[in-house]
Design a protein around this ligand. Structure first.
Ligand code: UD1
Length: 342
């Protein structure tokens, strides 16, 4: 039997792609998700891609009793990958307590269960948001963290600290935080992808919905930044490449290749693209014209960030491989599939 991995938030955007990669690498998976921001059909689509149906349980990990009950019924879990969290930056500003309670309680319930039920391997879904606007680019893992711009971002920084402190007093527990840059794209099968509820906040879902005619035009939030074309720069990483980093992290923990019992890695491509570069790459990759207009800056946006990925490349033996065009085309194919566009 393969090793069993608990994937929390496994029906979400990054979670579902990671379940696929784990199963294709021979791991068994049990998903826990409360379906607050995803659909149960994702499990069917994971099965269609991999030929294997992951186990699935629907409950809220912020509920301590239900979480403990799950671990008492599932004594053979080898590792946890923890994705389940609220992630809308703007909403987190409006509902800080909901964000802190949900994101941090679920994390602490899981860590407590690791200790009480002898699960020793933990991978956490963190974010480059912990760096804020760095003084020096690209950012390495030793770039200092900066105060978060939003309660959402703060939950990631606090979660990293909780994991670090937990690992310090629990030497048997091995933990890795993966600091994602901007995950985009969809599985090449177009069976899973990103499904934002309502008006998308993030750039690529807004682009694909505009291309599909659901939105009139893309608003480009500011072209007066100190960048070559004036629009902000990010490190956009293909979600399948990103998911593969989790498989490598799990292998590192299970096979004792980690160097300390709390490690963290930048998971990006190392390349920065401006908003306008991304818009042009989308039009080139898909042949679809994208209406856009330049509007004012969005509050809380940073000017530019991209990753130095050498530590992840050398230590994990992992590297992002897919081109930006291929990635944007996969996002467009997913949007077309969802909308029934030929
Ligand atoms: C945000 C969060 C980050 C989170 C990520 C994915 C912040 C500071 N960071 O990243 O923590 O992990 O979402 O959920 O909030 N843009 C437009 N028009 C749009 C949408 C976006 O011009 O309609 C621009 C933004 O100004 C930004 C870039 O596109 O320059 C990327 O925006 P977005 O996709 O929202 O990601 P981030 O803000 O980088």
């Amino acid at each position: 039997m393969g090793k069993l991995i608990l994937v929390t938030g496994g029906t979400g955007f990054i979670g579902s792609h990671t379940v696929v990669e784990l199963q294709q690498a021979g791991f068994d998976v049990v998903i826990v998700d409360n379906l607050s921001n995803s659909k149960k059909e994702v499990v069917d689509n994971i099965e269609k891609i991999t030929g294997v149906r992951p186990k699935f349980e629907c409950f809220d990990l912020a509920n301590r009793e239900l979480t403990r009950d799950f671990f008492s019924r599932n004594k053979n879990i080898d590792a946890i990958i923890h994705f389940a969290a609220f992630k809308a930056v703007g909403e987190s500003v409006q509902k800080p307590l909901e964000y802190y309670r949900n994101n941090l309680t679920a994390l602490m319930n899981l860590l407590e269960c690791m200790k009480d039920f002898n699960v020793n391997n933990f991978v956490f879904s963190s974010s480059c948001t912990v760096y804020g606007q760095p003084e020096k680019l690209p950012v390495t893992e030793s770039t200092p963290r900066r105060p978060a711009e939003s309660p959402y971002g703060n939950t990631k920084a606090i979660a990293e600290d909780i994991i670090r402190d937990f690992a310090f007093v629990n030497p048997q527990a091995k933990c890795i935080a993966l600091r994602y840059f901007n995950p985009i794209g969809a599985h090449p099968s177009s069976l899973i992808g990103e499904s934002p509820v309502g008006v998308p906040n993030n750039l690529v879902p807004y682009i694909t919905q505009t291309a599909a005619g659901i939105r009139k035009e893309l608003s480009v939030f500011g072209n007066d930044y100190n960048t070559p074309d004036g629009t902000p720069i990010r490190d956009y990483i293909n979600v399948v490449d990103l998911s593969k980093a989790h498989v490598v992290a799990i292998d590192r923990l299970i096979n004792d290749k980690n160097k300390s019992n709390y490690e963290y890695f930048n998971i990006g491509t190392g390349n920065g693209y401006s908003v306008m570069e991304l818009v042009n790459a989308f039009m080139k990759a898909t042949g679809v014209n994208l209406p856009y207009k330049i509007v004012g800056r969005r509050a809380g946006d940073i000017e530019k960030i991209w990753a130095d990925t050498s530590y992840a490349n050398n230590e994990l033996g992992w590297k992002a491989e897919k081109s930006i065009e291929e990635t944007l085309l996969s996002a467009w194919n997913w949007e077309k599939k969802c909308r029934g566009i030929k």
